[in-house]
Design a protein around this ligand. Structure first.
Ligand code: ADQ
Length: 410
C-alpha cells in the first residue's frame, strides 16, 4: 500500500529580488515560460507523482495565486483529492506568519485532519522535474525524521542556500547551515557545495514535535531551513536525498537533474533562455511528466505579413496561443499569450508576458517585459544602457525589466 501523504507547498514568499515582477503578485504566481506560473512546476511534480492532497500556504499578495490555483488546479473532489490554497488565517492572534515554520505551526490542524504518515513540505519557486515518490520511498525505508532533497551547486551561490554536510556514507546529515557566508567546498569538488532544494519529507510526529518546540523558542526565526532542519540534524534524524538519483519518466540524459532556483531576475531570465534552444536542457515536451497549467480559450498563434516586404516570423522562440506577429520578428524569445508584434518590430533574447503590445518599428533586446505593457512605435529598449537605467530596472547582467502596466514614453 502507498503510504498516506499530505503535501504542503510553501507559497508565501515575497520574492523581493524579483521586483518589479513581484510588485503585486506573490513569487510563486510569477508567470514563466509563456503559459505557466512558477507554482505549476511543483504542483505538476506532486500530482504526476500521485500525491493528490495538497495544501498551498499563501500570505503575501496572494490574489493572483489564489485565482490561478482555483481556476487551474481542480482535482477530483469525488476521490477526496484537492489542491487547497490556505491564506494566513491569524489563528494564533492578529499577526502574519513569522517564517515558514510558523506558517506550518499555525496550520497544524490541516495535518491533524489528514493524519498522514509523511508530510511533504515543498517550496514553490523552482523550475524542475522531480518524481517525489522516489524521495518518499527512501525516506520511508530509512525511518528518518526528515529527508532533505539536495543538489550540488557552485560554492559562489552557497549564501543563497541551506548547505548540507553529510557523514562518509553520504546519507546522514551532520551539519546544516542556512545561507552561510563562508562555506567550505565538498571533499571531491572544492568549488561545489551540497545545497538543500527546500523540499522536505517529514515523519508526521517528528514534524509536529519540532514545530511545537520551535514555537516555544523566543530566539527562533521560525524558519524551516534556519531552525527546524538544524534542530532535527542535532537530534540525529536528518537524512539527505540526492536529486542526482531521481529519474523522471520520459526524461533524457540531457535534461535529467535540471533544477533552477529563479530567486533573482538574472536567474529567472537565464532559466527562460534554457527553454528555447533546439535541444533545450529543460524539455517542456515530456508527455510522460507533463507540466500542467491553465489556459484561457485563446485562438492559435498567428503569423502574418501585412507590409509588403515584411513577413511575420519567429525563430528559436516559444510562441503562445493568442499571439499575433504581424510583420514583426521574434528571435530567441518567449512570447506569452496575446502578445502582438507590429510591422518592422524586432524582439530578440527577450521574455514578453501576457498582452504586451510592441509598436511599429520598435526594437527590444535582452528584456523582460511584464503584462499589459505597450511599447510605443519606434521605441528602443536594451540598446542604450544609460537611457534604460534612467527609465527601468536593469539587472546586474544588463537585462532590462519593465513592470506590469508600466507606461513607456517614446
Ligand atoms: P529560501 O527560498 O530563501 O531558502 P524562504 O524565503 O523561507 O527560503 O522560502 C522557502 C519557500 O517558502 C518559498 O517557496 C517561499 O515562497 C515560502 N515561504 C517563505 N515564507 C513563508 C511564509 N511565511 N508562509 C508561507 N510560505 C513561505 C529555502 C531554504 C534553503 C534552500 C532554498 C532552496 O530555506 O535552505 O536551500 O530554499 O531554494
Amino acid at each position: 500500500m502507498t503510504p498516506r501523504v499530505l503535501a504542503i507547498v510553501l507559497a508565501g514568499g515575497e520574492g523581493k529580488r524579483l521586483m518589479p515582477l513581484t510588485a503585486d503578485r506573490a513569487k510563486p504566481a510569477v508567470p514563466f515560460g509563456g503559459i505557466y506560473r512558477l507554482i505549476d512546476f511543483v504542483l505538476s511534480n506532486l500530482t504526476n507523482g500521485n500525491y493528490l492532497r495538497i495544501v498551498v500556504l499563501t500570505q503575501y499578495k496572494s490574489h493572483s495565486l489564489d485565482r490561478h490555483i482555483s481556476r487551474t488546479w481542480r482535482l477530483s473532489a469525488m476521490l477526496g483529492n484537492y489542491v487547497a490554497p490556505v491564506p494566513a488565517q491569524q489563528r494564533l492572534g492578529p499577526r502574519w506568519f513569522a517564517g515558514s515554520a510558523d506558517a506550518l505551526f499555525q496550520n497544524l490542524n490541516l495535518i491533524y485532519d489528514e493524519m498522514p504518515e509523511h508530510v511533504l513540505v515543498f517550496g514553490a519557486d523552482h523550475i524542475y522535474r522531480m518524481d517525489p515518490r522516489q524521495m518518499v520511498q527512501q525516506h520511508a525505508e530509512s525511518g528518518a525524521d526528515v529527508t532533505v532533497a539536495a543538489i550540488r551547486q557552485p560554492i559562489s551561490l552557497a549564501d543563497q542556500f541551506g548547505v548540507i554536510e553529510t557523514d562518509p556514507s553520504g546519507r546522514k546529515i551532520v551539519a546544516f547551515r542556512e545561507k552561510p557566508k563562508n562555506a567550505v567546498g565538498l571533499p571531491d569538488a572544492p568549488d561545489q557545495v551540497y545545497a538543500s532544494m527546500g523540499n522536505y519529507v517529514f515523519r508526521t510526529q517528528a514534524l509536529i514535535d519540532a514545530l511545537r518546540e520551535d514555537a516555544l523558542d523566543p530566539t527562533s526565526k521560525h524558519d524551516v531551513g534556519g531552525n527546524i532542519i538544524p534542530m532535527m540534524v542535532k537530534s540525529g534524524g536528518a537524512e539527505v536525498y540526492d536529486f542526482a538519483d531521481n529519474v523522471v519518466p520520459g526524461s533524457t540524459e540531457r535534461d535529467r537533474g535540471y533544477w533552477r532556483d529563479v530567486g533573482t531576475l538574472d536567474a529567472f531570465y537565464e532559466a527562460h533562455m534554457d527553454l528555447i534552444s533546439a535541444h533545450p536542457v529543460f524539455n517542456l515536451y515530456n508527455e510522460r511528466w507533463p507540466i500542467y497549467t491553465g489556459h484561457d480559450p485563446l485562438p492559435p498563434a498567428k503569423f502574418v505579413h501585412n507590409d509588403g516586404d515584411r513577413v511575420g516570423r519567429a525563430l528559436d522562440s516559444l510562441v503562445s496561443p493568442g499571439v499575433i506577429i504581424s510583420g514583426g520578428l521574434a528571435l530567441r524569445s518567449i512570447l506569452s499569450p496575446r502578445v502582438v508584434l507590429h510591422s518592422h518590430s524586432v524582439v530578440e533574447d527577450s521574455v514578453l508576458m501576457d498582452n504586451v503590445k510592441v509598436g511599429r518599428g520598435a526594437m527590444i533586446r535582452r528584456a523582460i517585459i511584464d503584462k499589459n505593457v505597450v511599447v510605443p512605435d519606434g521605441a528602443r529598449i536594451g540598446f542604450d544602457p544609460e537611457h534604460d537605467r534612467a527609465r527601468f530596472a536593469v539587472t546586474h547582467e544588463g537585462v532590462v525589466v519593465i513592470g506590469k502596466n508600466e507606461v513607456i514614453e517614446r
